[in-house]
Design a protein around this ligand. Structure first.
Ligand code: SF4
Length: 291
């Protein structure tokens, strides 16, 4: 099997077989992200993807879940992606979950009919970066996404029956826009009602535009206390829709994982306890790890 360049997968897919289908990200402009800076977006040749799937079959006697990488695999033409998913399904009979990275704009650009075909072929879930629900923050970080586009993309996924995990970033509004960032993000999440969500505290990647903004003072990082207050606001104000909360990313101050709304109170108690007692609240900047 061949992987080109650095590869990434969500931490909840740690046990999945990774099949590299695209290279890089079609957007590649977000100021906080350096995941695919060294790659130009490309699509691997179908014959090479199929070769990898056949080789993986020889290597692994049991594969329960498969994750298609790199960035926004859903940008592939539907006919090509169907061939990949059908090959995965026919090769790994035992595989019960196929997921991929997607952008909300990719979901928006596909028709419900196309997405339904992908779901019927075996695609279960899309991992999608929302980052913020605040239009100002989205613009500042050059996400190339508006809240209206997010709503349209999510509607397509729901109509097609594809589950979506939305990730977003505590602290992305910085010190000055912490409140607006989390209020707008919570409001948008309440409209989108994702099946799963994964918040992460902002990690500043060296060499990114965001790192330069911090150096020049254009962006002042939210304090650890603000990060905790953002999570508290989120948990207090999310609606009662059912979702799975992956708040256990290693950069988060408090680690919470489980169903919402069932665990809302337990998660809030952890946050309140951290706000009251955790020494990190006396620091100006949270120490995080690069992705
Ligand atoms: S955050 Fe996602 S969309 Fe933005 S550059 Fe990185 S991989 Fe691409």
């Amino acid at each position: 099997m061949q992987y080109q360049g650095k590869v990434y997968r969500p931490w909840m897919e740690a046990n999945s077989l990774l099949i590299q289908t695209t290279l890089g990200c079609t957007h590649n402009k977000c100021t906080f992200c350096d995941m695919f800076r060294e790659k130009r977006f490309g699509i691997r040749k179908l014959e090479n993807i199929i070769k990898d799937i056949d080789e993986a079959r020889q290597l692994f006697p049991y594969v329960g879940s498969i994750f298609l990488i790199d960035g926004n695999v859903l940008a592939l033409k539907t006919a090509t992606l169907l061939k990949v998913i059908e090959k995965v399904k026919s090769t790994f009979d035992e595989c019960s979950k196929i997921s991929l990275y997607a952008g909300l704009n990719d979901l928006r650009r596909k028709s419900v009919q196309e997405l339904t075909e992908l779901r019927q072929a075996g695609l279960n879930m899309a991992y999608v970066g929302l980052e913020s629900g605040d239009p100002e923050v989205l613009k500042h970080v050059k996400k190339g996404l508006t809240p209206d586009q997010a709503i349209a993309g999510m509607k397509n996924a729901k109509d097609a029956g594809i589950d979506v995990l939305l990730s977003f970033i505590f602290g992305l509004g910085g010190k000055e826009r912490s409140k607006e960032h989390i209020v707008e993000t919570t409001n948008l999440l309440n409209l989108l009602e994702p099946e799963e969500m994964a918040p992460m505290a902002l990690a500043v990647q060296p060499g990114t535009e965001l790192a330069k903004e911090i150096e020049t003072g254009e962006f002042i990082q939210a304090t650890p206390l603000q990060i905790l207050e953002e999570e508290k606001y989120l948990l207090e104000n999310l609606g009662d829709f059912k979702t799975f909360y992956w708040g256990d990313h290693s950069n988060n101050i408090v680690s919470s994982r489980g169903r919402l709304p069932d665990n809302r109170q337990a998660f809030l108690e952890k946050i309140d306890n951290a706000i009251a007692t955790h020494p990190v609240t006396r620091q100006h900047v949270l120490t995080t790890h690069a992705w």
